[in-house]
Design a protein around this ligand. Structure first.
Ligand code: HEM
Length: 441
């Protein structure tokens, strides 16, 4: 049967895709298990799919070349004004991640120096401190024998401590659980809004809105604590810039940032900088405990940690969808995508595309021995809006995996597959319990 030429409201049909009735019947699956829905849509219709949605016209791009076209080649013809980023900005404001091109460009130029090599090397100190603390906690937990812990919770706390130490020079100690839980609740609210077409404005006090607003307030409190701590530890004038907070607070900037802009960047970096890394690490542990050979290889040779981390990011990319709005007509994979369409690029699918990967569903860290491929690997996005924390995240991820694998036994206690909650990042739906015991060298 031929697809209809229009999807209501005069939206032209330019690519194959599911019919309206079929998509309506899949609504439950789309909200409860979006990854499976995306996979089956891709299997049914191929690398460029148009959903039967009238406004905006909505496309799913799955080919490595198509992803490159949208994120790199046609970057100037796209915007971040999408439902995904509009909802996220309820939490992060106009920070670097959600800012649209005009506000984003000068901000990226301003913040980039905070991610130079020397600064990233400095985060090694905070990674080591976080790991020393984790060792102490685990030694206590295992004092009378192996213990069962939620490694997802452990990775969240560790990643938050490292982010706050490296970027803002503070120790979050007692506030770790408070900040990680506020982040998760706020992000959960973001996703719930994106999945509910009739979400009411945040100002209307529905129970869900109130919960989200309380979480945002808790994040604001964390920002206040960070700023107070820096005010109490002022360095003399002329002192060299220490970290990202110094860049944000620099009074000599051509246009110093307003209070709101500083708040938005701090929340952006708390949110973007720790939940992503924690998600990547949690799934790396999952892959390692379910592939004992790879775990043993890593224990014997901890320098393999970077391969393991990169391959885990391929199979479980924390940012599993990246969205853009088209500003003009684009051609992607020979398909016309009209101006003002929503384009969804899913790293989850691109990373499984056999056009870029042999045996794509298998966990094979060695495939990164020759480095990351130019095409088809986008866990950190690509092009101008590539993740600013990419190198910090890769360092953090590999050092944490190497250290823990060298010092601890981590074993699976689950026998069935771990259900995935595809939220802002990919999370295990009910934590990731594992058995830990001290490795006696
Ligand atoms: C494994 C960990 C991480 C993953 C998978 C990840 C993923 C991503 C992706 C896919 C983007 C691009 C989004 C888009 O194009 O729409 C992005 C952007 C960004 N990430 Fe990350 N990220 C990670 C770690 C970090 C860290 C550690 C930080 C901060 C310290 C960070 C801060 C940001 C910021 C601020 C942006 C926006 C950059 C811009 O638009 O100029 N991320 N990240």
């Amino acid at each position: 049967m031929k697809p209809p030429k229009r999807h209501g409201w005069n939206t032209p049909v330019t690519a194959v895709g599911p019919q309206g009735g079929a998509m309506l019947r899949s609504i439950k699956g789309i909200t409860s298990d979006p990854l499976t829905y995306l996979e089956s849509t891709w299997a049914d219709f191929g690398d460029v799919v148009q959903f039967p949605i009238p406004k905006p016209a909505t496309y799913l791009i799955t080919s490595p070349e198509g992803a490159r076209e949208v994120l790199i080649n046609q970057h100037n013809e796209t915007s971040k004004r999408t439902l995904q980023y509009n909802n996220l900005s309820l939490v992060t404001g106009e920070g670097l991640l959600t800012a649209d091109t005009q506000a984003w460009r000068p901000r990226r130029r301003m913040l980039q120096p905070a991610f130079h090599k020397e600064m990233i090397a400095l985060s090694e100190h905070h990674i080591a401190a976080g790991l020393a603390k984790l060792d102490n906690q685990w030694v206590e937990l295992t004092s009378v024998g192996p213990a069962i812990i939620d490694i997802d919770h452990a990775m969240m706390s560790l990643a938050l401590e490292i982010t706050c130490g490296a970027l803002f020079g503070i120790e979050v100690d007692d506030d770790v659980d408070e900040i990680t839980s506020a982040t998760l609740i706020a992000l959960h609210g973001v996703v719930a809004r994106a999945r509910n077409p009739i979400s009411l404005p945040l100002a209307i006090p529905t129970p869900a809105n109130l919960k989200m607003k309380r979480a945002i307030k808790r994040l604001d409190k964390a920002v206040d604590a960070i700023l107070i701590s820096r005010a109490l530890n002022q360095l003399p004038d002329q002192a060299p810039i220490r970290d990202m907070l110094d860049v944000l607070l620099d009074p000599d900037l051509e246009t110093p940032l307003t209070k709101q802009q500083i708040r938005d960047e701090i929340v952006t970096f708390i949110v973007a900088g720790h939940e992503t890394v924690a998600s990547a690490l949690t799934w790396a542990w999952h892959l390692l405990v379910t592939n004992p050979d790879e775990m043993q290889k890593l224990k014997r040779d901890p320098t393999r940690a970077q391969l393991v981390f990169d391959e885990s990011l391929r199979l479980y990319p924390p940012a599993w969808v990246i969205t853009r709005r088209t500003l003009s007509d684009l051609t992607v994979d020979e398909v016309l995508i009209p101006a003002n369409s929503l384009v969804i690029v899913s790293p989850w699918l691109v990373h499984r595309n056999p056009k870029a990967w042999d045996n794509p569903n298998a966990f094979i860290p060695d495939r990164f021995l020759a480095g990351s491929p130019q095409l088809g690997y986008i866990p950190f996005g690509a092009g101008a809006r590539l993740c600013i924390g990419k190198e910090m995240a890769r360092l953090e991820g590999s050092q944490i995996l190497a250290h823990i694998a060298a010092n601890w036994n981590i074993e699976a206690i689950h026998t069935s597959p771990v259900p995935i909650d595809a939220s802002v990042t990919l999370r295990p739906a009910s934590g990731m319990p594992v058995r830990i015991s001290r490795l006696l060298n």
